[in-house]
Ligand binder design. Structure first.
Ligand SMILES: O=C(O)CCC(=O)C(=O)O
Ligand SMILES: [Fe+2]
Length: 185
């Protein structure tokens, strides 16, 4: 498990350095601001039981949400259920199945990257339907260092697109998101 964590963290860092290049930044930008110095990244091993139960909250193994951090690298066993909504502000929402590709990660953009990029990268709204079939997944949440300050990148704002979010410390954001998601249950 530790070796998987180390390897998937390397993939996450590489992906973030490519995202930095796409944002006209130095590929080591996030490394240099200390995002990966003792990151709060973690793995979650998830088992969805095959039987539908009252706790499925209707028909959901996981109800609609976006992940809190930078990016999530997800591996599943191929059992369907995961869906995304591309245009999360549009109503009614349109949900699409995410098809399994052997040997590939599913990458979800997280809320911190949305804040950093002033919504140029939107965080992925997703959910897992309970399909009455047992399902396993492993999610790697690539989250920066607790004290890393997330503020609109210069390349993502201008006169016509001012920053939409105030700067926030990564740890404060994650704690607030965890608090509000558990308070609403
Ligand atoms: O199990 C999945 O496919 C997704 C899990 C998920 O969205 C999460 O743990 O945040
Ligand atoms: Fe998620």
């Amino acid at each position: 498990m530790e070796s998987y964590y180390e390897k998937v963290l390397m993939v996450g860092k590489r992906l973030i350095s490519l995202i930095a290049l796409a944002l006209n930044l130095d590929d080591q930008f996030f490394e240099k601001i200390g995002a990966f110095h003792s990151p709060m990244s973690f793995l979650r091993l998830i088992h969805y039981p095959g039987e539908l139960s009252a706790s499925d909250n209707g028909n959901f193994g996981a109800s609609a949400h976006s992940d809190y951090g930078m990016v999530t690298l997800l591996v599943t066993d191929g059992v369907p259920g995961l869906q995304i909504c591309r245009e999360k502000d549009k109503h009614p929402q349109h949900w699409e199945d995410v098809h399994h590709v052997d040997g590939a990660f599913i990458v979800n953009v997280g809320d911190l990257l949305e804040r950093w990029t002033n919504c140029l990268f939107r965080s992925t709204l997703h959910r897992v339907l309970a399909v009455g079939q047992e399902r396993y997944s492993v999610a790697f949440f690539c989250d920066p260092h607790y004290d890393c300050v997330v503020e609109c990148l210069e390349s993502c704002c201008g006169e016509t697109s001012p920053p939409r979010f105030p700067p926030i410390r990564c740890g404060d954001h994650l704690e607030e998101r965890i608090r509000t998601s558990y308070a609403s249950k």
